[in-house]
Design a protein around this ligand. Structure first.
Ligand code: PNW
Length: 509
């Protein structure tokens, strides 16, 4: 008996001692991110044109949770030096931020270039470079110039040409200083939620306008990438696109739910991932089949999912140097019977309404046992990150991946132990994906540097490593405990086993 206890104890102790500290390669990059609309403010200053989010938040105050807008946001247009000082304090090697299209081209078109806008971003980039921080620039983080929306925005095919013109202006002006570019942030979000849901421009045409948007975004991305190759390859920059993927886990072991979960992955990440990353290119077959079939049943003469020409398929395929991935949470997926053939409870009539959700034929839920955060959609499920990374590895032949966003919202307060725990758990999951499973991940970006304008949730959801005091006249930023934690990770490239919760820095009280 006692021998058994000794044996068990030895096994436990040695397995503990044998657990190596989780460190990332020295070449692994750690950084922080933000976007223009969420932080800059100065919405109509120095020649900036109106964007769809300016218009939408001004006209639809009731739709924004706290009835706010991003007119001032964190005023980073003026306070960028303070922000960069904070980034420097973190000891990270890069900063991911976005350029506001309407600050560079107020009408969206290249006949009118706003020199103040160009000057502003030069100043930001120069300040970063002076501090030894590499800029990673997103060209489009949801803030379309309003005047292009008047033409139908992303549903009008001409927009792909306008985007390429804009991208060229950026490369001409900043290409010598910026060598990592992201064309689009999360087309799934701004197409599906913008044209099929509640985000700007608020078209609410799910299953129609969202597919048109996705189609033109894919064309615009491919065309911009080929334009870079043709005109700017001497810059030796990296050009990518950022796609989001929540992990979609089957709700049960049933064959139906397994199939529904895989279909839902193809409809979300695969919508953009398959055309760009897969061997064959074009939309995922599961998406093409479901939408063609449903469109036919609904009496359309054409599929609601547009078709690429063979030339477009070839142009879009492999249009990346690496893939940006945003990941936050996990959902459980269940089949909904026959998708579009839901019988309406009220009328008893078969509901054949065209919609993205009916095309997917699945419903998404989250487990009540998963820890909650301050965002209703965001539950803490670290193992989902590893599964998402492995799914991408297995589905697209292990592409080079850069995590462009991962983060969490909690209530205000500097002692954010919960955020520290989230980051630690998610980073361990990434570490396992790399070092146990062989996923090709080479960087991680915490979202966000500081609290900011969280779209429809206004200022009510805080994702920052730095807290912003919206009541103070100068929008004071203060480091949270998580800033100290993340700084330790970035500097040592290791996840600390016993993080010192008493760590204090100058702004943390
Ligand atoms: C991202 N989901 O959007 C955006 O890129 C950021 O601008 C935003 O601030 C951040 O996440 C936090 O919301 C997402 O439902 C929206 O899984 C929704 C999801 C993921 C990301």
């Amino acid at each position: 008996m006692s021998l058994l206890i000794v044996f068990i104890l030895t096994a436990v102790i040695s397995s503990y001692a044998a657990t190596p500290k989780q460190c990332f390669d020295n070449t692994f990059h750690f950084g922080v991110g933000s976007s223009a609309l969420q932080t800059e403010g100065a919405w109509n200053l120095s020649g900036k044109g109106e964007s769809i989010w300016d218009r939408y938040s001004h006209d639809n105050q009731d739709l924004v949770f706290d009835h706010t807008n991003a007119d001032v946001a964190t005023d980073s247009y003026h306070k960028y030096k303070d922000d960069i000082r904070n980034i420097k304090k973190l000891g990270v090697t890069f900063y991911r931020f976005s350029i506001a299209w309407s600050r560079i081209l107020p009408t969206g078109l290249i006949d009118e270039i706003n020199e103040d806008g160009i000057k502003h971003y030069h100043a930001v980039i120069d300040e970063l470079l002076k501090e030894g921080i590499k800029p990673m620039v997103t060209m489009y983080h949801w803030d379309l110039p309003q005047s292009l929306q008047e033409l139908g925005g992303w549903t009008n095919p001409i927009i792909a040409d306008y985007f390429v013109d804009y991208a060229r202006v950026l490369l001409q002006n900043f290409g010598g200083k910026v060598n990592t570019w992201v064309t689009f942030n999360e087309p799934y979000s701004f197409c599906h939620d913008g044209y099929g849901g509640l985000y700007a421009p608020g078209t609410r045409s799910s299953g129609r306008h969202d597919y048109l948007c996705g189609h033109n975004v894919l064309r615009a991305h491919g065309m911009a990438f080929r334009m870079y190759e043709k005109e700017f390859s001497h810059l030796k920059a990296s050009v990518s696109i950022t796609l989001n993927m929540s992990w979609l886990e089957p709700a049960t072991t049933s064959v139906d739910d397994q199939a529904a979960a895989e279909r839902a992955r193809q409809f979300s990440f695969g919508w953009f991932g398959h055309p760009i990353l897969s061997k064959d290119g074009d939309y995922p077959p599961a998406m093409r089949e479901a939408i063609n079939r449903n469109s036919r049943i609904q009496g359309f003469n054409h599929s609601r999912l547009p078709t690429f020409t063979p030339e477009e398929v070839a142009m879009i395929k492999k249009s990346y140097h690496f893939v940006g991935l945003n990941h936050y949470t996990t959902f459980l997926v269940r089949l909904i019977l026959a998708g579009i053939c839901k019988v309406s409870k009220r009328s008893g009539i078969i509901d054949t309404k065209p919609s993205y959700e009916n095309d997917v034929g699945a419903i998404l839920r989250q487990s009540p046992t998963w820890p909650k955060t301050n965002s209703s959609w965001l539950k803490v499920v670290p193992w989902g990150f590893r599964k998402a990374l492995n799914w991408i590895k297995n589905t697209y032949n292990n592409p080079r991946l850069f995590i462009t966003e991962n983060g969490v919202s909690y209530e205000a307060g500097l002692q954010d132990v919960k955020r520290v725990n989230y980051i630690e758990a998610y980073l361990r999951s990434v570490h396992d994906a790399i070092y146990k499973d062989g996923c090709n991940v080479f960087g991680y970006t915490y979202w966000s540097l500081m609290d900011n304008y969280e779209w429809m949730r206004g200022y009510s959801e805080r994702f920052g490593l730095f807290e912003v005091d919206y009541k103070s006249s100068n929008l004071t930023r203060s480091a949270r405990l998580s800033a100290a934690f993340y700084s330790t990770v970035a500097r040592t490239k290791c996840i600390p086993d016993n993080f010192n919760y008493n760590f204090n820095n100058d702004t943390n009280n």
